[in-house]
Design a binder for this molecule. Structure first.
Ligand SMILES: [Zn+2]
Ligand SMILES: [Zn+2]
Length: 275
């Protein structure tokens, strides 16, 4: 039994703003005993799944933290899976995928899918004998054992001035607990859900010194560090940062809380695994 998580996107919605290595928009792939789960599906995620050595055709479960475009290029992924199935690449898992997203965002997905595929008419799955996907509405406190031995729990967070339905995820296995905050300002639900996580992947979209909680809804490195410290987290990844602050400055800011665990300013390709 083993769990592995790969950062496929530690970047943000724009590139070319700051120095440093290329980092794509968000996406985190979990391999749990060769079953694949993706958290956030940014543009071109299927290429990065391939680059990490996996077949995106076998991807079964996709969780969207929220539907800002840098997290939810889901129509492209569905189209790619559909076309592969149509073109005769049936492998186990190619024919079906579950997409979980906040219940308040489901209607918008249905409208955008109809915009992309008016030829499908009323049916979202317009080649049901080839490929099907299920849109699964979820909300805070929703919980499910997605794979035998892996349970994922959603919790509500604060984003887009509190106007954007957004979720964080806590993934529990015997091998370890991973929490992904999604995009969020610092709110109580985070403290309630990060407790004793082995790995916390925290949105660090706010620059040092601009960590006002009443803002748009991202955290700065000091807040991520405080969250990890208070939650007795073992390892913290800072992700979704623009890159204006030097990684060393981000780390030292995150340490000011007293957090003494492992700390990484994430870059694409970063891996965490346990067995
Ligand atoms: Zn966002
Ligand atoms: Zn974002």
């Amino acid at each position: 039994m083993s769990i592995k998580i790969i950062a496929l996107g530690s970047g943000v919605c724009a590139n070319g703003c700051a120095p440093g290595p290329r980092r794509f928009p968000p996406g985190f792939l979990i391999d749990y005993n060769q079953q694949l789960l993706l958290m956030d599906a940014s543009e071109g995620i299927r290429y990065r799944i391939e680059d990490a050595g996996y077949d995106y055709g076998l991807l079964q479960e996709v969780f969207l933290s929220h539907v800002h475009p840098d997290h939810a290029a889901i129509a492209q992924l569905l189209q790619a899976k559909l076309c592969r199935a149509l073109w005769g690449e049936p492998k186990a898992g190619v024919e079906m995928m579950n997409v979980y997203l906040h219940e308040a965002s489901v209607q918008g997905f249905e409208q955008s899918w109809a915009w992309h595929h008016p030829e499908a008419g009323e049916k979202m799955n317009h080649f049901p004998d080839k490929f099907n996907f299920n849109i699964q509405p979820i909300r805070g406190s929703w919980e499910k054992e997605v794979f035998s031995g892996l349970t994922i729990k959603a919790f509500g967070v604060y984003h887009g001035f509190g106007q954007h339905p957004a979720l964080g995820f806590r993934i529990q296995t015997k091998e370890g607990v991973i929490v992904y905050t999604g995009d969020t300002g610092i709110v109580d639900s985070l403290f309630e859900n990060v407790e004793k996580a082995d790995l916390l992947i925290a949105d660090c979209g706010t620059r040092i010194g601009r960590e006002e909680t009443g803002g748009y809804g991202h955290m700065g490195p000091g807040q991520c560090g405080l969250l990890a410290y208070r939650g007795q987290v073992k390892e913290l990844w800072l992700t979704h940062y623009v890159g204006f602050d030097a990684p060393a400055a981000m780390e030292s800011e995150a340490r000011k809380s007293g957090f003494a665990g492992e700390l990484k300013v994430a870059t694409d390709g970063l891996v965490w695994e346990r067995s």
